[in-house]
Design a protein around this ligand. Sequence first.
Ligand SMILES: [Fe+2]
Length: 199
Amino acid sequence: MLNRIPAFDYPFYYVEQIENYKDANKYLLEILRQKKIEDPIGRNVSNRGGYQTSHFWSHELFHEFGKIIKPYIEELKKEIRLKDGIQIDVDGAWINENKGFNFNVPHLHPKCHFAAVYYIKFPKNGGAIGFQNPNKAASMFGLMDATDCSHFRHDLDIVPKTGSLLIFPSYFEHYVLQGDNIDTRITCAFNMKINEDES
Ligand SMILES: [Fe+2]
């Protein structure tokens, strides 16, 4: 029997639909509504088209969203075997509203350990999120048609649904593909830092 050694195992996690996603969406959509009044143009970073709020660090309703996702962050702490007393802190968030043909170019999330995307609204045939294999050497084998093992793949697309949560290392290069319908896709992205100052 082969015993797998999880060498350099990527901490990449997916929740198909979080508990209480309807409440989460209510809080985040209200933040989006307020931000669009404060700043109707939004910012342009990796997005091509669509609307992106400025980076925000605190908002009463984001705090409420934080309570909903806390169990998943606690699970993440166990998954990555964080030592007792070491915390994972959310370090800023932003909300994206894209129409079907808008997209995001490949990018990373600097100055943090994990990036996360929560799907407030994901329409049928909306644009999937794509990830490039951070191990460029693996895809050089050219075995992409010989195996389904993602180790050998150049990229990996994930089609989420409303209420899905993705958590991945901040150095994972990712992008958003164009969708096949013009309905709105709304996401909340946020960064997380491992805080080594024991509480
Ligand atoms: Fe991103």
